[in-house]
Design a protein around this ligand. Structure first.
Ligand SMILES: NC(=O)c1ccc[n+]([C@@H]2O[C@H](COP(=O)([O-])OP(=O)(O)OC[C@H]3O[C@@H](n4cnc5c(N)ncnc54)[C@H](OP(=O)(O)O)[C@@H]3O)[C@@H](O)[C@H]2O)c1
Length: 250
């Protein structure tokens, strides 16, 4: 019987590239998004093993129902990938947007893991994967909620790796740098080491196959973010203040 993987936010960008990669490897693939018409036209014909669900990851019962319908006997892998970014150059925080970012980027990961966990635990096998970001290692200006939400996901996965040791379940946290997707196509700032989504998905799949605990890529970004994470915070504030001096003070 084919292995089963469910990918939240699998209708565009990194999620869709992962869906195609797993379908090509013989998996049955469930994907969800709020608007499944974002999937490429004719995907059912090109990828008959992909099944799409119109589900918002902040709606835990709906996500659990979709995963249960897709895989009544449980999943082999879940990728909690759905995420949004709401950057701003304004001084005043957009609290409504911040709540939404946390609800999707953190709440959505919790809901996805819950949808997969219980049957995986019964089977003593399964792989929980979360897509965080290199942004989770530092507090980026104008992106507090995004950085904070991804930081939460990184630490949640680190804890779960300890908690689930010996259960047969694996936990992988993926921290991409800039990947060329609809999320980043709206950015108006430089994106060093920008990578095509297909290549990013291939690297992520390899890391999942290898059961890597924490995968930070591409490697130059891994070095930069590690240095920025470890440097004295006064130095970090000085560098970032200089870099982002043109931010609006409205
Ligand atoms: N691209 C990058 O450079 C980059 C770097 C680091 C990390 N990431 C992370 O990688 C993940 C995928 O990002 P991407 O770049 O591929 O973005 P994307 O192309 O915008 O895709 C996001 C996916 O998530 C879905 N989604 C968003 N909110 C949702 C919700 N409430 N419920 C269900 N689905 C939802 C979207 O579909 P709907 O809008 O129709 O719901 C879409 O399928 C995100 O977690 C992002 O933070 C991306």
């Amino acid at each position: 019987m084919a292995k089963k993987i469910f990918i939240t936010g699998g209708t565009t960008g990194i999620g869709w590239e992962l869906a195609k990669a797993y379908a090509r490897c013989g998996y049955d693939v469930g994907v969800c998004g709020r608007d499944i018409s974002k999937l490429p036209m004719g995907y059912e014909i090109d990828f008959p093993s992909v099944k799409a669900y119109s589900v918002d990851v902040t709606d835990a019962p709906a996500l659990i129902a979709a995963v249960d319908e897709f895989a009544p006997a449980g999943l082999d892998i879940i990728i909690a990938n759905a995420g949004i970014g709401v950057g701003s150059k304004k001084r005043d925080p957009n609290f409504e947007a911040q709540r939404k970012v946390f609800a999707i980027n953190v709440g959505g990961v919790i809901n996805a893991f819950e949808a997969a966990y219980h049957k995986m635990f019964e089977k003593k096998s399964g792989h929980l994967v979360a897509i965080a970001s290199v942004a989770g290692f530092v507090g980026l200006p104008g992106n507090g909620a995004y950085s904070g939400s991804k930081s939460a996901v990184i630490k949640m996965c680190e804890s779960m790796q300890l908690d689930l040791k010996g259960t047969g379940l694996d936990v992988t946290c993926v921290c991409p740098g800039f990947i060329d997707t609809p999320l980043t196509q709206k950015n108006d700032h430089p994106m060093p080491f920008l990578m095509p989504a297909e290549k990013g998905a291939m690297l992520i799949k390899n890391a999942i196959d290898a059961k890597t605990k924490l995968f930070i890529f591409p490697w130059p970004m891994r070095i930069i973010m590690t240095v920025m994470d470890k440097m004295p915070r006064c130095l970090y504030r000085f560098i970032m203040g200089f870099q982002f001096a043109n931010y609006s003070k409205e």
